[in-house]
Design a protein around this ligand. Structure first.
Ligand code: NAD
Ligand code: MG
Length: 390
């Protein structure tokens, strides 16, 4: 059997570091490449520890500095630069597995390169699938790549379906659970004042800042609706949102005979990561087992669409052309960055995205280059709108 060899895209992030921690539980994998955008120092430490063949950084200067530092320490890791470097380590002939854990649209080109070159793609980077939907799924089918969902809900659905992505006529609905984030109970009047720190303080999950804000607005669940409909080739109206504040049930599948199959576990991404790394086998993840005698309560409720208007918008977009998904994602990324870094009030995030989505003209997108060009247009539209705010 060919050795398992993995490139971890976004190795310094929350999913990336959890992946490295799960890999320490097994000796099945060679670590081929580790990548980061700006966190050169952290990537350097990872290179010292894991000695990958390649590292990739966003800028040429940072890559040269890292190469010199590593060479001085006698570490043979070769440091590549930017999107070309990412695509190279994602599609390299010696690589069997690619962990796609870059955040946002910056992950699309390298994740697509992995899909096109027939890798086992462990998909955390949901934005890539939201942006490229049909084009991405066609590339997977054409190359014979295997796509395994890392996102905990999708990983749960995959397991509930019996370790397959096929949804047959025997499935009546998919119940996509979400915690409701840090503002589930916050009085609506107080949302005007919430800060990035409040939004990033998730009650159950410890995640990167962008997805933490997405969880607060529940745009994360909206993106996950679109992600699930592509992954499982299922119409979005078969997928229901369900608030489950404890994040123990990670999603459920209901069959036509009334059976509901759920996947449960700690809110710890090492479980779905280990599941995808070992698939179709199982491996230890280092996650603490669930102690049912100490679980006080598992509760469920329908979402409040006034509190979470982006759920409604995402459902509308899920039923429309792919270009609308590109706009939804781009406007969200720009608005969330403005909230995190430029003082955009929390309550302006949703209306900004709504305006841009309703303003953008739908366009037929046939290639990844079409998607990337339209993504830029949508980012420009959003930035222009933000520039009109005072
Ligand atoms: P993070 O911000 O912690 O890490 C992001 C990683 O991507 C870092 O290594 C960073 O250097 C790299 N990166 C950022 N921008 C880049 C760019 N333009 N080009 C190349 N590299 C870039 O993010 P995260 O929380 O680990 O999330 C990663 C992805 O996984 C996201 O798509 C997120 O939606 C998804 N996801 C995360 C969780 C979680 O628990 N964190 C759960 C489910 C899904
Ligand atoms: Mg998720």
């Amino acid at each position: 059997m060919k050795p398992k060899r993995i490139s971890i895209l976004g190795a310094t992030g929350s999913i990336g570091t959890s992946t490295l921690s799960v890999l320490e539980q097994t000796n099945e994998f060679d670590i081929f490449a580790l990548t980061a955008h700006k966190r050169a120092k952290e990537l350097g430490l990872l290179c010292e520890r894991y000695r990958p063949r390649y590292a990739v950084l966003g800028s040429g200067d940072a890559a040269r500095d890292l190469a010199m530092t590593l060479a001085a320490k006698g570490i043979a890791t070769e440091v590549l630069v930017g999107e070309e470097g990412l695509k190279r380590v994602a599609s390299h002939s010696e690589v069997s597995h690619v962990m796609a854990a870059i955040v946002g649209g910056g992950g699309l080109a390298p994740t697509f390169a992995a899909a096109e070159s027939g890798k086992t793609v462990l998909l955390a980077n949901k934005e890539a699938l939201v942006m490229a939907g049909s084009i991405f799924m066609s590339a997977i089918a054409a190359s014979g790549a295997q796509l395994l969902p890392v996102d905990s809900e999708h990983n749960a659905i995959f397991q509930c379906l019996g370790q397959t992505a096929a949804v047959g006529a025997d499935v009546s609905r998919i119940l996509l659970t979400g915690s409701g984030g840090p503002f589930l109970q916050t009085p609506l009047a107080d949302l005007a004042q919430v800060t990035p720190e409040d939004a990033c303080r998730h009650p159950n999950w410890d995640m990167g800042r962008k997805i933490s804000v997405d969880s607060a607005t529940m745009m994360n669940k909206g993106l996950e609706l679109i992600e699930a409909s592509w992954l499982f080739n299922v119409p979005s109206d078969k997928i229901e949102f369900l608030i489950h504040p404890q994040s123990i049930v990670h999603s459920m599948v209901e069959f036509i005979d009334g059976s509901v199959v759920a996947q449960l576990g700690q809110p710890d991404m090492r479980t779905p990561i280990a599941h995808t790394l070992a698939f179709p086998d199982r491996q230890a993840s280092g996650v603490e087992r669930l102690d049912f005698s100490r679980l006080a309560e598992l509760s469920f409720q329908s979402p409040d669409y006034e509190r979470f208007p982006l759920l409604t918008l995402a459902r509308e977009v899920a039923e429309g052309p792919l270009s609308q998904s590109v706009v939804l994602n781009a406007a969200n990324e720009v608005a969330v960055a403005a909230f995190l870094n430029a003082g955009l009030p929390y309550l302006q995030i949703a209306p900004t995205i709504q305006k841009v989505v309703h303003q953008a003209e739908p366009l037929e997108l046939l290639t990844i280059d079409d998607v990337l060009a339209y993504d830029q247009t949508a980012r420009d539209l959003t930035n222009n709108l933000l520039a009109t705010y005072d």
